[in-house]
Design a protein around this ligand. Sequence first.
Ligand code: AMP
Length: 193
Amino acid sequence: MQAISVYCGSSPGLKPDYAASARLLGSELAARGITLVYGGGRVGLMGTIADEVLAAGGRVVGVIPTDIAEREVQHESLTELHIVASMHERKMLMTKLSDGMIAMPGGLGTIEELFEVWTWAQLGFHSKPCALLNVDGYYDQLLAFLDAMVSQRFVKRIHRDLLHTDTDPAALLEWMQAYVPVTADKWLDMEKT
Ligand code: AMP
């Protein structure tokens, strides 16, 4: 595992625990020699994790669309910065440059990025591990809804389980480094189970 994408808020969020967890994940990445791939901004948790990896001597690769560079205040000290034309290109390139993807607390953009890459895994477009760092129960209600999606037979359990959840950055990275890809057909079949 050489590089991991982290999706997280362009805001810091309410609780200081969110930034503390971003710093912890950043220092764990640097300590393991894993490159951080992220959205390239300097604001919110995005900026916090990038700063932490750089301060710990690690590598950070940013991928930012031209029209967003100003709004999210493009980070000026990254190891590498890719300026792309659109959000679609950003997501494609971030996935291509990474061996795994992690979502931390964040807003609509964070959720959108996670769900897109997770649905790509479901469709078999990639077999890279996807994980959620659930800081302070931020994602508890989403996790409950995911169970409802399975029990209502809109999502297969095996696809639900493609998203691993942990509250501890080190444990999450250990899971990711030991990941063995799983494949399963997308479509729920007609069997009565
Ligand atoms: P947010 O979680 O809304 O604070 O946004 C986190 C990151 O997701 C920011 O870098 C946003 O630019 C990015 N983002 C927002 N909307 C999208 C989208 N539709 N596709 C990809 N990234 C997005």
